[in-house]
Write a protein that binds this ligand. Structure first.
Ligand code: NIG
Ligand code: FE
Length: 422
């Protein structure tokens, strides 16, 4: 058995009660914590924690690794419930075109955007995709990400979508962080179907979803429900086909326009609705008091220069807001959750406590993992961050552009060892 003891932590943050699977509305401003704390890890689990005054002491130091967290905070590792982290090539030339004045939609209309990524992904081998994605994920683990959702959606054909999801399956089995896979066959209409969208949607429903279910390649299904992409009735058909295979929806909605997708996503029990940069009163009403989690993507707003998601309004309505990076080569080429949390505070007026809850417990919930991750609670996976010495938890997002991290532990293993490791 491997054992790891964290002692003298300035505070353990995110010590939600065992069984708390999300935190909603006003309660998001409360980040439960224990000052002057200890935490014990056995194998991959948290097996004990408390204040140093309750520390039972150690009788057997044999093989026990120790982290002295004096002056440092310990918090649950970041969970990132929305990414497109498997891709074949970057798209900085499109970004430069945007600097010169083109819009994201204009670039897409010229055959760039998602279709550009799809052309390149179809040419890439599964091994090359695996290796480049693995390197990306390893960098994110250093930055404190302990769980990640990864979508397909740059294949846009039966074989290329399955290729992407097989890469995700390999990442799941070979890396220490938790990985969830989402089938995003309906990300854009591929060129070869441009005059027959019905045939493509049928392929997604009749071939792709069943093939994924048979090979257990997907945990969720996504649709880019947006003007010029997929309509609300098309999203509904895909969600219903997915539900028949036991796959819940996590959908892209309200990024550029509001077309009634949120109401239908809620009616179809989607786990999350993601983006929400453009919202109407009816969208807020549909979401209020529903179990569907609004996932906001401030990195995408920052990079595209579009509005930020309405975090304050959603919290005022009682929703459990989650944050994600949307890591992808077109609209958000960063998977750094430290940056996402900072942007959420500076641009969306989330309090540091709210943003940390949104990027940990609620983010875990938005990928069906909050029974395992997202808080420092006995029985959960030992996947957490030890910070550098900081004056207060708010200093973490305050120092934007810096990760503030000393040590990262994933599944009980020290994956980034800093100065606190004794
Ligand atoms: O979440 N909105 C759709 N999909 C991605 C962008 C994909 C791309 O540009 O490659 C997003 O922003
Ligand atoms: Fe996305």
């Amino acid at each position: 058995m491997s054992r790891l003891l964290i002692k003298n932590a300035k505070a353990l943050l995110g010590t939600h009660p065992v069984g708390a699977l999300r935190v909603s509305g006003n309660a998001m401003a409360d980040l439960p914590h224990i000052e002057d704390g200890w935490l014990l890890v056995e194998n991959d689990r948290i097996t004990g924690l408390g204040g140093m005054d309750t520390w039972p002491g150690v009788t057997d130091w044999n093989g026990l690794e120790v982290i002295d967290a004096t002056g440092r905070y310990v918090l649950p590792g970041w969970c990132d419930p929305h990414t497109h982290a498997v891709f074949a090539a970057t798209r900085e030339e499109e970004w430069v075109d945007r600097i010169r004045g083109l819009t994201y939609q204009e670039i897409a209309a010229k055959g760039g955007g998602i279709l550009n990524s799809a052309r390149k992904l179809r040419e890439a081998s599964e091994d090359d995709l695996f290796l480049s994605s693995k390197a990306r994920l390893e960098e994110l683990m250093r930055l404190g990400t302990v769980a990640i959702e990864i979508k397909s959606g740059y294949g846009l054909s039966l074989e290329a979508e399955l290729k992407m999801l097989r890469v995700v399956k390999r990442l799941k089995s070979e890396l220490l962080l938790q990985v969830k896979a989402t089938l995003l066959g309906a990300h854009a209409l591929p060129l070869e179907f441009k005059d027959d969208r019905e045939a493509y949607i049928n392929m997604v429903i009749k071939e792709l979803i069943p093939a994924c279910a048979a090979e257990q390649l997907a945990d969720h299904v996504d649709v880019f429900c947006e003007t010029n992409y997929f309509t609300v009735p098309e999203m509904v058909r895909i969600l219903e086909a997915a539900a028949a295979h036991g796959l819940p929806g996590k959908v892209h909605v309200n990024q550029f326009t509001s077309i009634g997708a949120i109401h239908e996503a809620v009616q179809h029990n989607c786990l999350s609705v993601d983006h929400l940069e453009v919202m109407t009163d009816a969208d807020f009403t549909a979401l209020a008091n529903s179990a569907t989690i609004p996932t906001l993507l401030p990195g995408c707003s920052f990079f595209l220069g579009i509005p930020y998601g309405p975090a304050r309004q959603l919290m005022a309505n009682g929703n459990a807001v989650a944050l994600a990076s949307d890591f992808n080569p077109g609209s958000s080429p960063s998977g750094n959750m430290n940056t996402v949390v900072s942007l959420a505070c500076t641009q969306m007026n989330m309090l540091p406590e709210e943003a940390i809850n949104a990027a940990t417990l609620n983010a875990a919930a938005a990928m069906g993992l909050s029974h395992e991750l997202g808080s420092l609670s006995v029985g959960k996976r030992a996947s957490f961050i030890v910070t550098r010495p900081l004056h207060s938890p708010a200093a973490l997002p305050y120092f934007f552009g810096s990760d503030g991290i000393d040590t990262v532990v994933i599944n009980g293993r020290i994956t980034r060892a800093g100065e606190a490791v004794a």
